[in-house]
Design a protein around this ligand. Sequence first.
Ligand code: UDX
Length: 463
Amino acid sequence: MENKHFLLITLPSQGHINPMLQLGKCLIHAGAGRVTFATTVHGLSQIKAFPSLENLHYASFSDGFDDGIKPTNDPHHIMSELKRVGSQTLAALLLSLSKDGNPVSFLIYTILLPWAADVARYMSIPSAFLCIQSTTALALCYCFFKEHDGVYDDNDNSRPSSIDIIGLPPFTSKDLPSFLLPNDAYASTLIPVFQHHIQTLEKDSNPCVLLNTFDCLEEEAIRALSNLNPIPIGPLVSYAFLDENHPTDSSCGIDLFEKSVDYSQWLNSKPKGPVVYVSFGSLAVLQRNQMEKILLGLIGSRQPFLWVIRPSGSNDSEFEEMVKNKVSEEVGLIVPWCSQKEVLAHKSIGCSITHCGWNSTVESLAAGVPVVGFPQFSDQTTNAKMVEETWRTGVRVRVNEAGSLEAEEIGRCLEMVMGGGERGEEIRRNARKWKGLALEAVMEEGGSSYNNLKAFVKKIQVI
Ligand code: UDX
């Protein structure tokens, strides 16, 4: 392994960077000679602090918008520039690494970059796709695209009444990744990209999909992808977070946002269990009305809360005024960003209200924290269904007939998850169970993901 060099490429989105960086650390831990983590030129320039680890290096490729300014919001244009410029600059990066005496032995790419596999194949470099979303969401796309083209339209009689994965409850439009549906603004851009991912993998004589999951968490979806050589190696969350006594991987991650408010003292002042952690990830922007209802629901529940509201997540002076009037330190704390994994591991946290982005979902699961899911878009609806119906570690927020959220619904969900009823007991018991299983998968000699990563690395060794 000493001379094996892995190039990991990802878009500069927090939800893509985090699992990819963790994979890089795992590869080094497993003996990779060198790992280069690459993102776009502008993305790299936004990183304030780089984790420093022996054999971990950083590089960039261009997406055509190096100054970060996109002349249009047209997703078709952005994706086609990304593919056109990205393919050229990735090829140039591979050549320059080789010229410098560090030829790349293996390329790993994330979602929205299927053309990276084409570049790698052209240069005779083997590659793997790292799925940073849930395996269930990927399997749903795979099953649907096998038989159908275009969107999953409820009004189209030729489409199936649900998409089925053997062993799981049926997925209807309310549970499917939003980009499969006709009313999603990104469907017409993202569907061809997903199809490209699948075609690229199917074309590969030796396909490989690395999954941020573990065998028993999504066994049905993993099985549904068996033609693509799926390798579950997750959860890709830092080992130090999973077990504070673990000797490796205490180095930090990459944050694209500033943690400008100190919340540790506030958390430390709370007893075990009552705090609700609220976060909707790095992309979602909730409507003011929804923010107000969540705030009123939290206040009504009388549970203290730590809520991440990114500066870009609300510019609403009326909401800010409401917060000023209603939220004392006793009631809750609002911060622009935090170390989510550390917060989830804090003894005071009893529940997480989350959009069910895949990273937040596996991080809550690995921390044993029950979830109230309020999915917004993408794979989040699918993940929320799995949380509620399959793993039974939480509940999903219901909106009313007019599609609006009520404060009472937040209160109802918090009571269900944190209260003394039978359902709450079951949810908390399941959360503890899945935490144990997640830990076992990655940490222990013989754990399924631990073994899978070791076998993957061993295979690369002889390439
Ligand atoms: C995106 C998509 O929206 C999501 O559906 C997909 O599954 C992954 O990519 P994002 O919305 O950012 O991700 O959510 P998530 O997947 O949960 O990733 C957010 C990451 O940011 C998590 O790793 C979380 O720990 C981190 N985070 C979030 C912080 O470190 N601090 C915060 O304050 C908030």
